[in-house]
Write a protein that binds this ligand. Structure first.
Ligand SMILES: Cc1cc2nc3c(=O)[nH]c(=O)nc-3n(C[C@H](O)[C@H](O)[C@H](O)COP(=O)(O)OP(=O)(O)OC[C@H]3O[C@@H](n4cnc5c(N)ncnc54)[C@H](O)[C@@H]3O)c2cc1C
Length: 351
């Protein structure tokens, strides 16, 4: 069995920022990435996706994103940036290496990969994101729906839905963005279980993220007080609010029943629907940690600001609200990664 200094599970922005921070601590991280390249889940996000944060607020530590700081980059530019970042990192990045299971051993861990290879280590950072674990809400009658049901994680582009009657369930950024782009091709309802709140993308002529930074809101360490993350506001340059106001998509409370392909709305009216898109978020994708008892019964990590409260050599990076609002973002993950790397390095030095 191979021994490695610290294993970082996941080669997306969280894993790469963690590897960068661990190198600065003099450690020798090995990044284990399931897919064929180290650019996280970004290549699998829907085709039209443009960052809600501008270039000036979208860099990881050690490498500027590059270009006009006020521009909002496309998904593919993020992929290219992360590949560049991985390329310049002085760390051992292994692609095609999916961790299947962790076990504890001699005060450290043994990791078994999907292909049967095994690694031992004294430090593990779980940075495997949440895209691999889409959350499917229990909605009345959904399991009996005879049309197409897909999660936003499986949605790519609006063209296959041309001419259809589509319901998008959700109230966050993905729900509104997907519903608005589908509405140019299909008849679309945005079915929300919570009120949809819009936040202006530019305030007093500057991007919202500048104000989150100068006010300190971005880094307020309130994450550990939040039992469930608050619903996000939809970041809007004006077009999404205008689309909803114009009724394309139209906004309604979520349906109360489904029979076959017939949906019953809260006001008692019914209609036939072709497809339901669930834009209902994600949960941390950490199943490989179940055997060591690091998770609660819902599969959420037991941690405090990313440091495991069950295993001292285990930590997390990239959790939503891990420490603050910016934890699960390009602009903020580097800060959390640096803290976690410092803590882990200190522990490894002491033991
Ligand atoms: C639709 C969408 C839009 C977003 N837009 C923005 C935005 O505009 N700006 C912003 O800052 N943030 C945005 N985010 C939030 C966040 O920045 C991204 O979700 C980002 O991809 C999270 O990076 P990550 O590295 O934590 O996780 P991921 O990008 O999901 O990377 C995790 C990696 O771990 C790998 N992995 C998983 N399990 C294993 C395993 N068992 N073994 C080995 N490898 C494994 C996966 O293959 C993947 O490459 C967005 C998120 C979504 C879903």
């Amino acid at each position: 069995m191979e021994h490695v200094d610290v294993a970082v599970i996941g080669g997306g922005q969280s894993g790469l920022a963690t590897a960068h921070a661990l190198r600065r601590q003099g450690r020798e991280p090995v990044v284990l990435e399931a897919s064929a390249q180290a650019s996280g889940s970004w290549p699998r996000y829907y085709d039209s996706l443009t960052l809600f944060s501008p270039v000036g607020h979208s860099s990881l530590p050690g490498l500027p994103f590059g270009g006009d700081p006020d521009r909002y980059p496309h998904r593919d530019e993020v992929v290219a940036y992360l590949l560049r970042y991985a390329d310049r990192l002085d760390a051992d990045i292994r692609t095609g290496a999916r961790v299947r299971e962790a076990a504890t051993a001699d005060g450290g861990f043994t990791l078994t990969l999907e292909d049967g290879r095994r690694l031992s280590t004294r430090g593990v950072v779980a940075a495997s994101g949440s895209f691999g674990r889409p959350c499917r809400p229990g909605l009345p009658g959904l399991e009996d729906f005879a049309g197409a049901v897909l999660h936003a994680a499986e949605y790519r582009a609006p063209q296959p839905f041309a001419g259809q009657r589509v319901v998008v369930v959700g109230a966050g950024n993905s729900a509104v963005q997907i519903a608005a782009e589908l509405a140019a091709h299909a008849r679309v309802t945005l079915a929300a279980r919570h009120p949809v709140r819009f936040a202006r993308q530019r305030v007093l002529g500057r991007d919202l993220h500048r104000w989150l930074k100068v006010t300190g809101i971005d880094v307020l360490p309130v994450g550990r007080f939040l039992r469930t993350p608050p619903t996000q506001s939809v970041i809007d340059d004006g077009r999404y609010r205008a689309a909803v106001t114009a009724g394309a998509p139209d906004l309604r409370p979520v349906f109360s029943a489904i029979e076959g392909t017939k949906v019953t709305w809260a006001d008692g009216s019914t209609e036939e629907v072709d497809a339901i898109v669930l834009a209902s978020g994600y949960r941390p994708d950490l199943d490989y940690l179940r055997p060591v008892g690091a998770l609660d019964p819902d599969g959420r990590p037991r941690h405090r600001e990313g440091v495991s409260t069950t295993h001292p050599g285990l930590a997390y990076v990239g959790l939503e609200w891990q420490r603050s609002l910016s934890s699960n973002s390009l602009r903020g993950v580097g800060r959390d990664a640096a803290r976690i790397a410092g803590r882990l390095a200190a522990r490894l030095r002491a033991h």
